[in-house]
Design a protein around this ligand. Structure first.
Ligand code: T5A
Length: 233
């Protein structure tokens, strides 16, 4: 059996991997090498991001990140995140997973719990209700959590130029975001892989690769024989 067939799970759909963490943690930097690594294993990969990832969702992203949109109502922000997510799921993520592709997504619903729940202080039960409405039972198979001190992440992100609406928030806001990410990772260790994102780039790359190889091993263990022969080549 080839590696690409071995890593297909018995669910017969692709694998859904999300990258999470505060600004400047290194998610965008590592998504391309991760995609290249998976492709080198013979897998079909779709890389995408949130908010965004489909034409209408990208338009919603522009609204959400525009620093000119000061004073946006917090519930409106939450609903826009999920409106973008509903579009993204139906136009990009679900079709890709159903076709057997591996989806690498730069942020997903963990970001909503962290930013709108932790940062803005919205009740996580309201987020959970929207999560069920929009996603049904779809959850990531693996979440790479790039963890680092907000002061370092923000220094990296702000070093690039003008801040967007979220990057303009206070350090206190990002401390609360980070705390929720870490809490969620502690609560579901089977889904999260914690990455020390303060480490040098090459070390972070190695941690990402290690997480991926662990996932592939797990899925290989789950593989069922669909040929009926009970054999593995
Ligand atoms: N949001 C999103 C919500 O509030 N709720 C939600 O539900 C969702 C989905 C999206 C914003 O929307 C919010 C969260 C966000 O604020 P975005 O622009 O997509 O905005 O934000 P980010 O994903 O945070 O983008 P960033 O580019 O800021 O962060 P990354 O991708 O983690 O960082 P990256 O890779 O671009 O790196 C930043 C800089 O640091 C350097 C890189 O070279 C780059 O210059 N760097 C390192 N330098 C040294 N050592 C390392 N290990 C380094 N790693 C990266």
């Amino acid at each position: 059996m080839s590696l690409s067939s071995a890593v297909k799970s018995k669910r017969e759909r692709g694998c859904f991997i999300t990258l999470e963490g505060i600004e400047g943690a290194g998610k965008s930097t590592h998504i391309a090498p991760l995609s290249t690594l998976l492709a080198s294993m013979g897998l079909r990969v779709v890389t995408t991001r949130e908010p965004g990832g489909s034409p209408i969702a990208e338009r919603i992203r522009a609204l959400l990140l525009d620093p000119g949109n000061t004073g946006m109502d917090e519930t409106a922000e939450l609903l826009l995140m999920f409106a973008a997510r509903a579009e993204h799921l139906s136009k990009t993520i679900r079709p890709a997973l159903e076709s057997g592709a591996w989806v690498l997504c730069d942020r997903f619903t963990d970001a909503t719990y962290a930013y709108q729940g932790g940062g803005r202080g919205l009740d996580p039960r309201r987020i959970a209700a929207l999560e069920t409405l929009v996603q049904g039972d779809l959850r990531p198979d693996l979440t790479l959590l790039f963890d680092l001190a907000p002061a370092l992440g923000l220094a990296r992100a702000r070093g690039r130029g003008a801040a967007d609406r979220f990057e303009s928030e206070t350090l206190h806001f990002f401390e609360a975001v980070r705390a929720v990410y870490l809490e969620r990772a502690r609560a579901s260790p089977e889904r999260y892989y914690l990455i020390d994102a303060a480490a040098p780039l090459s070390d972070v790359g190695e941690q990402v690769e290690q997480a991926l190889r662990a996932l592939i091993e797990t899925r290989r263990g789950e593989t069922v024989d669909v040929s009926g022969t009970g054999e593995e080549a």
